[in-house]
Ligand binder design. Sequence first.
Ligand code: NAD
Length: 282
Amino acid sequence: MGEDLSASRLKRDAILLTAKVALVTGGGGGIGRGIALGLAEFGADVAILDIDGAAAEIVAGLVREKGRRALVIAADVSDRDAVRAGVALCVETLGRLDILVNNAGGTRPIKLLDMTDRQADRQIDLNLKNLVATTQAGASAMVAGGAGGAIINVASIEGFRAAPGYSVYAACKAGMINFTRTIALELSEHGIRINTIAPDLVPTEHMARFAPGIVSDAGKAAQAKYIPLGRAGNLDDCAGVAVFLASDMAAYVTGTTINVDGGTWASSGWTRDDAQGWKLFG
Ligand SMILES: NC(=O)c1ccc[n+]([C@@H]2O[C@H](COP(=O)([O-])OP(=O)(O)OC[C@H]3O[C@@H](n4cnc5c(N)ncnc54)[C@H](O)[C@@H]3O)[C@@H](O)[C@H]2O)c1
């Protein structure tokens, strides 16, 4: 008999990550911390790989408060051997790896003509090069586990648009987006999905320290004008999409990018205007 096409087999449990193990790079702060806590909230045990071991310990404590197991891996994501050892420790301690979140990254603005070789290399190491070793180590652990998996890369809306002062960073994020497409094909035979999320502005504690204007009243007023949904993003906005992509709700989603940007990529130069509603390049 043929498949009953009128029946829905979707159950609400499909969003749960119960009995799954996740590893989040840069999980000690900012967006990574939000994603680590979001994954734990929906049932996953979480390994937090962060260069700041003390920050990772705090997040691990919060994961445990949710009744989930946590592991701290104090490591620099640019150190390939440390990343490989961290993934091995995760499997040894938490028993498996089902979800990998490649989140560690970031930059400071610097124009091309002012950039030193060292600054350029550091940006590439942190925002693109590490992706190869972490994805390879994480995917190998998933293949060995034999139960598939989900990889989520945190790119940026700068991977799509021009970004003066952020040329190398933006190029790395564009590279991450296309790396995701290719690896989706390579890993599909193992039941491993890989997707990217592309946030726009998400004020984190770190950002509020070095760019306080972003969280000032004037900053928020500007964000209300240029971001269609009227505000900057927050950690839960990113975590919600990461949980979706990690879960069976996204069982047929791979090789793609979800913009978590309040609509800024769609707006492409349109800004909110009190008199006219919206205007182009205002
Ligand atoms: N915040 C934003 O507005 C925004 C927007 C778009 C994309 N992103 C991307 O989101 C990701 C997270 O950014 P964020 O703003 O939350 O950063 P953040 O600086 O607030 O937090 C980064 C975390 O990563 C850790 N970390 C930094 N370097 C590391 C390294 N070499 N190895 C291991 N851990 C390291 C830090 O200790 C910290 O816990 C980055 O990839 C960034 O490019 C951020």
